[in-house]
Design a protein around this ligand. Structure first.
Ligand code: TUI
Length: 312
């Protein structure tokens, strides 16, 4: 039995690799797409030409479809929106905002548009503005998060929009049990981020991988609620500073200053004390390094057993 998302996107398996800013590059995305899922290159806050180069690399590494995520808070979002059209990208996911103003341009280039949504109201609005599917992302996720859990958000988004478009569940899904649970909630596919952090093809610093491998259930924390940009990361010296500063009457600028450059400290330099180590709550069950192919195969075969389904 094939998921309708597989037909929509011309992929083999209903697994998306979550776009992780600064981390999800051509190497990771192409490996996931080659393995039959949907690899996604993260635009994050990077300049347009850096991401164009990753798109071109991915095209050399795979002939299968892959996506680009456009983080709408980025100052380069407009240029990124244009670039995906120029490069013939097949799928665009969006995060941290509403992509309405780009919808017509993307549609006219045959791009499938799949926004991440943190609530039912936003899901409905995205579908009205032309989204081809939505990713319902629970607060278990790493990075910029909403309030609702995956367990609560997914069935409500399914009730609201699944008659019109497929729904992809994200947040807290790291093995076959999570995949099966998402399908039981009515999802058509899953998006997985944290589990791919420790993939062989993931180019993040080894210290970052090790911190994910060592993580326990309560090792993530959300900071930035006061600034309006809540972000889930693994606890460290930096998050302790954030928590301390947020409990004072420090200004939003002072708090945000602490985060400047912190993601690249972690991702590129492996600074696990002062870096922002974004990861989801499911990090605790990620305990080995594997190829993307093995991750996808093992998640799907576990889920298939639980669901008595056969995707292959
Ligand atoms: O976007 C994410 N996760 C991210 S983005 C990121 S990089 C970053 N850089 C600087 C500041 C903040 C983040 C790290 N992780 N997930 C998707 C997501 N989208 N979560 C929540 C939303 C969202 C929120 C509001 C989507 C739509 C939305 O709509 C608002 C509106 O205007 O309708």
């Amino acid at each position: 039995m094939k998921s309708r998302i597989c037909e929509l996107l011309n992929i083999e398996y209903p697994i998306f690799q979550g776009a992780m800013a600064r981390i999800s590059d051509a190497s990771l995305a192409a490996a996931v797409s080659e393995a039959g899922g949907l690899g996604i290159i993260a635009g994050g806050t990077a300049p347009v030409e850096a991401i164009r180069a990753e798109v071109r690399k991915a095209k050399e590494l795979t002939n299968k479809p892959f996506g680009v995520n456009i983080m709408l808070l980025s100052e380069f979002a407009d240029g990124m929106a244009q670039m995906v059209c120029e490069e013939g990208v097949k799928v665009v996911t969006t995060g941290a905002g509403a992509p309405g103003k780009y919808m017509e341009m993307w549609k006219s280039h045959g791009i499938k548009v799949i926004p991440v949504v943190p609530s039912v109201a936003i899901a409905k609005r995205m579908v009205r503005s032309g989204a081809d599917a939505v990713i319902a992302e629970g607060t278990e996720s790493g990075g910029h998060v909403g309030e609702l859990t995956t367990m609560v958000l997914v069935p409500q988004v399914v009730d609201a929009v699944a008659a019109e478009v497929p729904v992809i569940a994200a947040g807290g899904i790291g093995d076959g049990r999570g995949v099966a649970a998402a399908f039981m909630l009515g999802a058509d596919a899953v998006q997985v981020g944290t589990r791919f952090l420790t993939a062989f093809e993931c180019t993040v610093h080894q210290n970052y991988k090790q911190k994910v491998l060592n993580a326990k259930d309560i090792d993530t924390v959300v900071t930035g609620r006061r600034t309006g940009h809540p972000v889930r990361t693994l606890k460290n010296q930096l998050t302790r500073k954030f928590v301390a500063l947020e409990s004072t009457n420090a200004t939003v600028q002072e708090i945000e200053q602490l985060g400047v450059g912190a993601l690249s400290k972690a991702v590129v330099h492996g600074d696990m004390d002062n870096g922002s180590v974004m990861a989801g709550q499911i990090a605790a069950i990620v305990n080995k390094e594997q190829s993307c192919k093995d991750i996808i195969t093992s998640m799907l075969s576990e889920a298939e057993q639980l669901l008595h389904k056969d995707w292959r």
